[in-house]
Structure formats: C-alpha cells, structure tokens
Design a protein around this ligand. Structure first.
Ligand SMILES: [Zn+2]
Length: 259
C-alpha cells in the first residue's frame, strides 16, 4: 500500500513530468474514484495547469492556481505519464490530457484511491483531521502531538490524525529500530525514548524515499525484509512474531522489542 515514501515518489514523478502544461481534457473511466462529481472536476481543471505539488502524509496536493487537486492512492495507486500514441495504462481511472500530446494516468487496480479538490492545503488538512506530516514535522510538533495521546504505540503510529503518512510496514520498522514492543503504552515512554522514536521515524522514511518505496531493495538488517512467518530477526536471530492489534497485522521481534 502506498505509504509516505511511495507518495513522495509519485510527487517527484509528477513534478518531473506533468507541471506547467495546459490540461486540454480529462477522461474519467471510473467515477467511483471521485469524491466530487465529474462535471465539477472537469470544470475545475480544464485549461488549467498543474503549477506545483505538495505532499501531506499519504496525500498528494496539486496546486492549479485557484485551488488544489487532491490524490490519495489507496491500496494500489500509481501514476504514469505517457504519449498519446502509446497504449493507455491498464486500470487507468482518470487520464489528464495535456496540450503537448502527453497524458498523465491515475491508476488504481482496486477502488480505494480517491480524487478530490480543496480550496487550500490548510482547509484540506483540517477537514480530514490530519496530524503533522511524519517526514516534515519537528521534534516539538511530535512532542505536542504526543501530549494529548494515550493508547498503544503501533495504533498511534497508524493513526493519521496523530501524524500523517505512516502505514503498516513502516510502523513495524520504526518500532523495531526503536526497540519498542507494538503494544507499549505510548505515555509510558521517557523523554529519550521519544526522541529516539522521532529520529527513527525520520530515518526510516528517508530510506523509504531513497529506495522509492521499493521494499525488495531494502538491506538485510531491516525488519522489512523479514516480514514473513518463520523468518528470523536480523539482529538477534529470534523468531519474528506476527501480532494483531485492532484488526491490523504487524511483525516484531519478541527479544529486541520486549513488552
Ligand atoms: Zn531481535
């Protein structure tokens, strides 16, 4: 599932390919993906340009001058820039036709992605109750977000209103690195553990961005490469355990991450 590093990769791809070209037309092949009606979306975008883009958590926010086009990539989303002579990518849900004969396809195999519009980034963040972006937040913002929270560490990292951008895979990695059991009560962490957690959030996401979210290329000492049953901890060789918390499955090392 696209988490923050994957969406950052989409952002950079969009910046490299699709900025500053006039959008001639928009083809919606499946309007279940839209949070707004199709007519409104087309009116909003036709003859405009993607001027710049922002990312907040797992959302891509594209500035079109008089507002933002919002993309969420759900479970399987992707972007592809292609020439009009090329075949349309499979599972394209929306295609933006530019005046240079190129197109940008928003692809989603399943129906979980979402397209929306917003007046401003601030309005969008508030409406969706998103916490600070996990990669861009300061230590002070992180500490402030923690102040009002209880609950267990794994749940909190997944909670987008706490910090935005972390999903299942990266939350496991962050907790593994910080040697925190997934069920640890967040308000039991001392000051130095909180700092360590913050540092590891940044480092794990940075590696994810550098790897463009490609999980198969992670080094062996990451838990990410050992997220299967019967595999062993890359640090201590203990058997990796699977855990279920509030319906979400995670992996951890019971020896490195003691309760
Ligand atoms: Zn271990």
């Amino acid at each position: 599932m696209p988490e923050l590093p994957e969406v950052e990769t989409f952002k950079r791809y969009l910046d490299k390919t699709s900025l500053n070209q006039i959008i001639k037309d928009i083809k919606v092949t499946d309007n279940r993906i839209l949070n707004i009606d199709e007519f409104h979306l087309k009116k909003f975008l036709t003859n405009k340009k993607f001027k710049s883009s922002n990312r907040h958590g797992k959302y891509l926010l594209i500035n079109i001058g008089q507002g933002y086009l919002i993309m969420h990539f759900g479970m399987t989303g992707d972007l592809e820039y292609f020439n009009k002579k090329d075949d349309e990518p499979k599972f394209s849900k929306i295609i933006f036709h530019f005046n240079n004969d190129f197109n940008l396809a928003y692809i989603s195999i399943r129906m979980f992605g979402r397209i929306d519009i917003a007046e401003s980034i601030e309005e969008f963040i508030e409406k969706n109750k998103l916490g600070p972006d996990a990669f861009k937040m300061s230590l002070e913002q992180f500490k402030e977000a923690l102040l009002r929270r209880s609950g267990v560490a794994k749940n909190l990292l997944l909670n987008q209103s706490f910090v935005a951008g972390i999903g299942n895979i990266y939350s496991d990695e962050i907790l593994f690195r910080t040697k925190i059991h997934p069920k640890t009560k967040i308000n039991s962490l001392n000051e130095s553990k909180v700092k360590e957690l913050f540092t590891n959030i940044k480092e794990v996401l940075q590696v994810g961005i550098d790897k463009k979210g490609d999980l198969s290329t992670y080094p062996n000492h990451f838990l990410i490469t050992h997220r299967t049953k019967d595999d062993h901890c890359p640090v201590c060789k203990y058997e990796i355990k699977r855990i279920e918390i509030s319906g979400r499955h995670g992996f951890f090392c019971p020896n490195c991450q003691k309760e």
